[in-house]
Structures are given as structure tokens and as C-alpha cells.
Design a binder for this molecule. Sequence first.
Ligand code: SF4
Length: 309
Amino acid sequence: MIVAQLPSLLSVARNVVSSTVLQMSAPLPELASLASVLSAVATRAAWPVKPLLLAVLDGVSEQPPSATARQALPMTVRGHTRQSLRDGPLEALAGEIESCRRCARLVSWREQVAREKRAAFAGEEYWGRPVAGFGDARARIAILGLAPAAHGANRTGRVFTGDRSGDFLFAALWRAGLANQPASRARDDGLALEDVWITAAVRCAPPENRPTPAERDNCLPYTRRELALLPNLRVIVCLGAFAWDAALRLRRSQPRPRPKFTHMGEQHGDGELVLLASFHVSQQNTFTGRLTEAMFDAVLARARELAAR
Ligand code: SF4
């Protein structure tokens, strides 16, 4: 029945999107309901229908772009969509995070890296600041990493953007129908996520990817506040033992003994977000085969199952 409705749904979607772009007015009420219908259909639809639906959704905005988003992103039909824009509180929190200088060691390191740069990026202006989360404000799934990479997010200003870890992660999200493109190159590359929010336990690039416990404790309140602003959140996918430990610390009740990190391990609790563990998407794991594409596809599939409960 859903498939039978597709031609008319797609036709209506295109007309509404075109009309809205031409008028450049506030989103129409019909747009929100249309996005909702398409989103539901896209979630259930099988390949090859799903990419087509997601492509249409990519042009449908339920929320007017924020000032920050308008600056960062072109106003095009395939530009940014409802979910990848930050709403008010998320945007305010992002501003707070991005101006934080609480950890002297990390501030010094992130700025030194940004000044000295890697030769391959010598012509680029590094971000050199803390990195806020990114994704769908209505996400049911959060992906929690360790911290920005020195020449990845610390260069581009968006989590998992511009490095090999991000290449692996976003390709998987795209295969799963959770991202509109398989790569994340820059803040203005048009990437939009569906049902996923990506963030990190520590927001500044640490030397050797190793924040101290004090730096973790300084930064974790940002993650707590950010995740609390995602009303539909059900599951946190923890990339690696550091993120697993950090997510456990975010719980209201601390399980004893503390559950050990194991790939595909889960932690459930009354009234708590479900934690799902995965090996980190770092090159160290993906180049050695410790984490394969199939393994990570299974992680995302399980996350979706848990989110739907
Ligand atoms: S790691 Fe977190 S708390 Fe420390 S300076 Fe960066 S943003 Fe601030």
C-alpha cells in the first residue's frame, strides 16, 4: 500500500518543496505533515525506494533555518533540512561549548595544532576550538565518540569530519539510510542526518587522543546537557571503552560492578537510555579488521531495533 502511494507522495513533495523555495517564506504547515509522512514511509521502505524518499526529505524543512545555519549553509533545495539544524537551546549550548577554555592543557594543544597544521592542510584555516554535537534534533540514536581528532574535527569544526574515522562512520550511516551522503568533508558540505545525533565525551582534541580524568569530568556536563535536549533519544552507541565509561557516568544510577566494555555489549536500566557498545571507528580498528563494515552495520541495525522499542 505504501509503495502504491509513492508516485503521488513524491509528486506532492516536489511541488511543495519547489513552491516553498520559490516563495522563500516560512515553512508551510503542510510541509511538516508531509515530512512526517515521508519520514515514516522512508523508515519502512526497502531499497531502492528509501534513497529516493530520503532525497525528497532532504529538501523538506519543518523548521526555519537558524541564523547560524543560514550563515553556514546554502539555502538550496538539497541544502540543509529540518533535522540537521540546531534549534534554540542546542544552538545556545553549542555556542557555550565552542567558547569554552576550562582545560588549560587542551586549550593550549588544540590551538597549537591549529597554528602549526599538518602539511596536507597547510592552506586551510583550522577550527581550533571545542566541537559541539551535530545531527537530527529529533534523533532516537546518539553516537558518542571520544574527542575531536587533531586534524579532523579540530580542523573542520564538525565531529568526525575530515578524517578516516569519519569516512568509515558516515559511509555506514549512509548505507543504513541515516545520512544523506556517504562522506563528511566540511561544515558546509550539505550533510544531513536522520534520527542520529553525533557527539563526543570530550570536546577538545587531546594530545595522543588521551584526555585526563579531570578533563573528562570538566567536559562531560556538556554531553549530559546536550543529550538532555534531544527529547526522543533512546539509545547511545558508545564508540570505544572511553565513550562507554563516559556514558555510564551520565546515568542517574551507577551500576555496580561497573559493566565492562565489550563490542555489542548492552546496558539497560529503568528509565535510562540504553547503551550499546561498539569498537571505535578509528583507523587502528578499521584498517586492522578489528571493526569491519559488516560489524558496524550490525551495530547500527541493533541501535535501530533498540530505538524502536
Ligand atoms: S575539553 Fe571541554 S571542558 Fe575542557 S576546554 Fe574543551 S570544551 Fe571546555
